[in-house]
Ligand binder design. Structure first.
Ligand SMILES: [Zn+2]
Ligand SMILES: [Zn+2]
Length: 263
């Protein structure tokens, strides 16, 4: 629905000689929307898996690719974007995930009580390349307005809603075709996934050997107790049990990261 196949095409062609195409008529909004008009009920990984499987079913392929992004603003003004890209090979029984966590440069949603604030928000977010969404609540009923292309349309909509006594909130549109920063993250993950698929398991030769986990616990330089700092990356195969541990090379952690020395 949002042209995400274009973000994966170059990586899959350049690295794997593979073609990425979107399954026709697939409505992924059924798994939830950023605008909040359809709630998300699945975990990001489950949602990505459901999208990939549905696409494979519609297109009649044994290979599927889907992405899922989530945005949280649990840390004051900062919005954290978690993005995952999930690949399925039904024949080999593979399900591979590449992920990224970024602090979004976009402001979180905010309530506005005049059209000028909405226009200032949109301009600061990078409108029109970066889209915005307007949510209005009236009598506990949420209505969502999106796909603005002109500031004048946005102004008109906000004015109309405020005249209507609605509560109006404006927020960035995180859909990939409306968010250049998110599109870039998905493009980067597509390269990571293509490179991973080009990496076979040294034991069973299945494609997709790569990072499956991390190991925390770099020892504190003062008291030697394990800190939460990442000590090693764990790589694994999606088909057999082969695993490798790649130390990050940090022998000790500064006591500022230690729960005992710096509680
Ligand atoms: Zn310590
Ligand atoms: Zn293997």
């Amino acid at each position: 629905m949002h042209g995400k196949e274009h973000l994966a095409q170059q990586a899959f062609r350049d690295i794997l000689g593979a073609t990425v195409s979107a399954a026709g008529g697939l409505n992924t909004d059924q798994f939830g929307t950023f605008a909040g008009d359809i709630p998300r009920t699945l975990s990001p990984r489950s949602a990505a898996r459901a999208k990939a499987r549905l696409g494979m079913q519609i297109a009649g392929t044994t290979l599927g690719l889907a992405s899922e992004g989530s945005f949280s603003s649990g840390f004051g003004p900062l919005v954290e974007n978690t993005e995952i890209l999930l690949f399925i090979d039904k024949t080999l029984g593979l399900e591979l995930v590449e992920g990224a966590v970024n602090i979004s440069a976009l402001p979180g949603g905010r309530r506005v009580d005049n059209a000028d604030s909405a226009l200032a928000f949109a301009s600061a977010a990078g409108f029109p390349e970066q889209g915005v969404i307007v949510q209005s609540t009236n009598d506990n009923h949420l209505t969502v307005y999106k796909n603005f292309t002109q500031l004048s349309d946005l102004e008109e909509t906000v004015d109309m809603l405020l005249t209507d006594q609605s509560t109006v909130t404006i927020l960035p549109d995180y859909r990939a075709h409306k968010s250049p920063a998110r599109a870039e993250t998905i493009r980067r993950l597509s390269y990571q996934m293509a490179r991973r698929l080009a990496t076979p398991c040294s034991l069973c030769q299945a494609p997709g050997f790569g990072q499956v986990d991390i190991e925390r616990g770099v020892p504190c330089s003062d008291c030697r107790s394990a800190t939460a700092l990442i000590a090693a990356d764990l790589h694994g195969c999606g088909r057999c049990t082969h695993r490798t541990r790649i130390p990050r090379g940090q022998a000790t952690a500064d006591p500022q990261w230690c729960d005992y020395c710096n509680p």
